[in-house]
Design a protein. Structure first.
Length: 469
């Protein structure tokens, strides 16, 4: 039987771990810069050898952090090899818990290079931040693990006893297509008592956060058809409306006049405990002056505990290719974020009922379900969560950590929850509202990065003080 301490251990030497992190921090940042220089992108349109190079670099770093059982593993996806994942283990001693440390080494494509102020794959320090693709999402997560392990070993050596499994995924930005199969294939290798997912962020620079809830997700497409084929707009326009216009009318029914999602059957609550000032949200999200915010209730609830629906793609003729014809078909893709507690299958069915019930002018509406993912909520009364909050508070010199939700979704969290039901899952991270993950000029606050390394070292040290069974 493995026991997790009910409270943070008073024997953890915070000052010694802080000194160890500080002494090693220049090397940690330099190694992060080296990782940023490798454009490991898991999309089919990019060179897979760079992704393999990224995995090899991560494996070398982990070996240098004192773990010797290091493997690069992958599973097939419909006959194609999945992204290379790095897995390393160090067994627990004396009945102490095992902690699985997750991050991912693949990154988003750089996008439009003209929007970058620095080269995306040349890590650049400026005004206390490190710029580059993957600097925050999620190569800093990898280095937070590596730096924490080095500090832990420097101070405690073998006296820690906590078991460590590192799982550095190689296809997260491509949607983790083999994640579930990977977990099932290597389940015994990945079994843990606590799982730390370092792929989220802090409340703001100088204020740490533990992500305690995630919205779920469903997406799909809606197609509107009014004609068998396109016809001349002058000869037939008037009695029949074009498909793009009717699609727009259908899309407009997704929200009420206040901007709340108007699909019946979706869970929604105004229960977020944290206050998110409107001025801060406007600055963080870059909302233009004069644009009114949508929805009702607190800003935090609109982000974390209420549904949010966005149209993320539309298929209609482009302006440059348009002609004077009434378009017979138009299609849109929606992305619906779900409040915690919402069943994704029921949400998908609710969208399907809604679009059929609101078919404009009797148009033929075809609804095609897409992906779906469960929401997630952390039990903050559980021992590992309480210890994580303590570690964040200590690392940030007494600043109270925020128990924050995330408006986005991490679909693979549901797989971890299902396959490792007894594990306590903690979602941490190094980003802040100005990190601009996935966008041009992605960056990382180096001060908060140092604190994140220390917080994880403190967490591991305290978990390693678990009593023997």
């Amino acid at each position: 039987m493995t026991l997790i301490p009910e409270t943070p251990s008073p024997s953890v030497d915070v000052d010694a771990l802080r000194a160890a992190v500080d002494a090693d921090f220049v090397r940690t940042v330099e190694q992060l810069k080296s990782l940023v220089s490798i454009p490991g992108i898991a999309w089919d349109s990019f060179d897979p050898e760079r992704l393999n190079e990224s995995a090899e670099a991560v494996a070398a770093l982990i070996r240098g952090a004192g773990l010797t059982d290091v493997q690069i593993l992958r599973v097939d996806n419909n006959g194609k090899p999945g992204g290379p994942a790095v897995v390393a283990r160090r067994p627990a001693r004396d009945g102490k818990p095992t902690v699985l440390l997750y991050a991912h080494h693949d990154v988003q494509p750089p996008g439009d290079l003209s929007l970058w102020e620095t080269e995306p794959f040349v890590a650049t320090e400026r005004n206390g931040r490190l710029y580059g693709r993957g600097a925050a999402d999620d190569k800093a997560g990898i280095m937070a693990h590596v730096g924490a392990l080095r500090a832990l070993d420097s101070v405690l050596g073998e006296d820690s006893g906590v078991g460590i499994t590192l799982f550095i995924e190689g296809e997260e930005e491509a949607g983790s297509p083999t994640f579930r199969d990977f977990l099932e294939t290597y389940r015994d290798l990945l079994e843990a008592d606590v799982i730390v997912v370092a792929d989220s962020g802090n409340w703001k620079v100088g204020v740490p956060a533990l992500t305690t809830s995630l919205r779920g997700l469903v997406d799909g497409t809606v197609e509107v058809q009014v004609l068998d084929h396109a016809v001349h707009s002058g000869m037939f326009g008037g009695p029949v409306l074009d498909a793009p216009t009717l699609l727009a009318r259908l899309i407009s029914t997704f929200h009420d006049d206040a901007g709340d999602v108007a699909i019946e059957g979706l869970a929604s609550s105004d229960t977020a405990a944290v206050e998110y000032a409107e001025a801060d949200f406007r600055e963080d999200s870059s909302v233009l002056d004069g644009v009114q915010l949508a929805g009702t209730g607190s800003i935090a609830s609109r982000l974390w505990t209420k549904p949010a629906l966005s149209i993320i793609g539309i298929d209609v003729p482009s302006v440059d290719m348009s002609s004077n014809t009434i378009q017979p078909k138009a299609r849109a893709k929606f992305s619906l974020r779900l409040a915690p507690g919402q069943n994704p299958e029921e949400a998908m069915a609710a969208v399907g009922r809604h679009v059929q019930a609101h078919a404009p002018f009797g148009a033929k509406v075809t609804f095609t379900p897409g992906e779906q993912g469960q929401a997630f909520a952390t039990d903050t009364s559980a021992p590992a969560a309480r210890t994580a909050l303590w570690a964040l508070r200590e690392a940030w010199d007494g600043v109270e950590p925020v128990e924050s939700g995330m408006g986005g979704s991490i679909p693979f969290i549901a797989d971890l929850t299902e396959l490792f039901p007894s594990a306590q899952i903690l979602i941490t991270g190094v980003e802040d509202p100005d990190s601009r993950a996935h966008s041009a000029n992605e960056s990382l606050d180096l001060g908060d990065f140092r604190n994140a390394v220390l917080a994880e070292a403190l967490l591991l040290a305290s978990l390693g003080q678990a009593p023997q069974s």
